[in-house]
Ligand binder design. Structure first.
Ligand code: GLY
Length: 531
């Protein structure tokens, strides 16, 4: 089974599985194909996290998060008036050193069975032969037109005779095909050294960026232990730092576990209030404590302990919403030993892969590396450019997530696997920046607390609270009018979102019957394919 945001990517993954490839081979192929057919988020110029679980239970996370270039400085985005500039988001300075190629090839080398040549073939063919632009890509291009217009290398790919590509046009990407072919032939060296690295360094030179050949050569994907916890008897396995995703999901679920949400009812004002209050406190902890573990000491086991969740739960008034300005991070004690994409694959042997990767914003920093055909990320915006100043997702942070050379910015990506009695139950993850975490929490709760089927759990309307700004955001049609009134009476500041709150892709397992259910998010046209 393959579930991704795009039909061509799911088809490529399914084809690999049918040829005898593993879930890892399929995941790597899907990652490269998304870089071609879903250029607003799929990428080779960004980074992410891949969670792999083998049938026997061994689980690892490949961390291929971007790194700050060696010449980065803590205050590099603060102007002389003390304001954070938009250089965290647009243009060459916004790009972190890409990790995707190193991460996908590390997964293939350590856990896959096929060659780079074979798994990259569908991506090379699609970039050479082209694919038909769909309505989603047309809309994404339209929404980013003015930010992209300053970069001729980008406009030359996404326009014809000065007009943006439209639904029904064919997009061929010969430069990208050549870049992917170099990766096919030379592996990681086909990207981080030689011709591609030279093109990146030249692009940086042209556009005032700071990424160097040495930054590229030094980049390494890291194999990490996932974080683990439990929720009402189910085991949760998820992404560790430098993603905050796994920690935040576990901390929110731990707090929620103390409440009988099922008896309160799905989307009752009582259950929504308690879930939102749990979220509020966890995002305050995220802002204070979390960052790249190579640079800061994070009290990981204390933060995800049931004991600490109990302390945070005691602060919650079941009848009243807190004011975020008075909610502070907690004191975890203990000894310490808007635009991403998620996809899941599973093979006949039972290996499951849950991957989230991103350029950060749609089309990243909007810069295509001249001559190479791929976009660079704007992941530097995920750092805290200045304490207390929100990033594009409204997230604030402090020292733990300050910029430093070589550091990885804190992420919210949350590739997750849920187990029951050590057997797979759910594999899931989402796009949506800060909203990834709460989307994953709600899908898990929808299934475990409220007995929904996988598709219903993914499609159900969602809400989100991230401490700051102090707003309970909800999707259109999320709550009936009386629930909105009750939440307002409890003191929540409600705001209807103008778009979807994240996009989830999931696979559910019914081990007793041997069934596997693909559950793509209906919000944006994800596709599940299996055989
Ligand atoms: N760029 C979004 C995230 O990593 O959370």
């Amino acid at each position: 089974m393959v579930v991704s945001a795009d039909r061509l990517a799911s088809e490529a993954g399914l084809d690999i599985l049918k040829k005898g490839g593993s879930a890892v081979d399929a995941a790597v192929a899907v990652g490269f194909v998304l870089a071609v057919v879903f250029p607003e988020a799929g990428n080779i110029g960004g980074g992410g996290f891949m969670l792999i679980r083998k049938k026997g239970g061994e689980a690892v996370v490949i961390d291929f998060r971007e790194r700050a270039p060696g010449a980065s400085r803590r205050t590099m985005y603060v102007d002389s008036a003390g304001n954070v500039t938009d250089k965290t988001l647009i243009g060459h300075l916004a790009a972190g050193v890409p990790g995707t190629v190193a991460g996908l090839l590390k997964a293939l080398h350590d856990y896959g069975t096929m060659s780079a040549r074979d798994v990259l073939r569908p991506a090379v063919e699609l970039s050479k032969n082209g694919f038909v632009v769909d309505r989603r890509l047309e809309r994404s291009l339209e929404s980013c037109k003015s930010d992209m217009s300053g970069f001729p290398s980008t406009m030359s790919i996404f326009t014809r005779n000065g007009t943006l590509l439209k639904e029904g046009d064919t997009l061929r990407q010969p430069d990208l095909a050549a870049t992917l072919s170099r990766i096919q032939e030379k592996g990681v060296e086909g990207f981080y050294k030689g011709e591609t690295a030279r093109l990146i360094a030249e692009e940086m030179h042209r556009g005032g960026g700071i990424m160097t050949l040495k930054d590229l050569e030094d980049y390494q994907a890291i194999v990490r232990e996932p974080v683990r916890g439990s929720y009402r008897g189910y085991e949760i396995v998820s992404a560790p730092l430098p993603s905050s995703g796994g920690l935040c999901v576990l901390e929110i679920l731990n707090i929620m576990e103390g409440y009988d949400l099922a008896s309160m009812g799905w989307h009752s004002s009582g259950s929504v209030h308690l879930m939102a209050e749990s979220m509020r406190r966890v995002y305050a902890d995220r802002a204070e404590f979390m960052g790249d573990p190579r640079y800061v000491e994070v009290p990981v086991s204390a933060l995800i302990s049931k004991h600490y969740a109990g302390e945070r739960r005691r602060e919650i008034d079941p009848a009243r919403a807190a004011d975020s300005t008075s909610v502070r991070h907690g004191s975890p004690q203990g000894n310490e030993g808007r635009h991403t994409t998620h996809y899941c694959t599973v093979d006949a042997s039972g290996t499951i892969v849950s991957t989230t990767y991103t350029l950060n914003d749609l089309f990243g920093c909007k810069v295509v590396v001249g001559g190479s055909g791929f976009l660079l990320n704007d992941e530097m915006d995920d750092f805290s450019a200045k304490p207390g100043v929100p990033n594009a997702y409204g997230l604030i942070g402090g020292d733990a997530n300050a910029i430093a050379p070589g550091k990885r910015p804190l992420s919210s990506m949350t590739p997750t696997i849920v187990l029951k009695d050590s057997r797979p139950f759910l594999a899931l993850g989402a796009r949506g920046g800060s909203k990834i975490i709460t989307a994953v929490v709600q899908a898990i709760s929808n299934v475990i607390d409220f007995g929904m089927g996988p598709q219903e759990a993914v499609d159900a309307p969602r809400f989100h609270h991230q401490w700051m700004p102090d707003t309970l955001v909800y999707e259109k049609f999320c709550f009936p009018r009386d629930v909105i009134q009750n939440l307002e009476q409890k003191g929540h500041r409600l705001n209807e979102s103008d778009g979807p709150l994240g996009e989830l892709e999931a696979i559910a397992f019914d081990s007793s019957q041997g069934w596997i259910y693909g559950a793509p998010d209906s919000r944006e046209g994800g596709v599940a394919l299996g055989y």
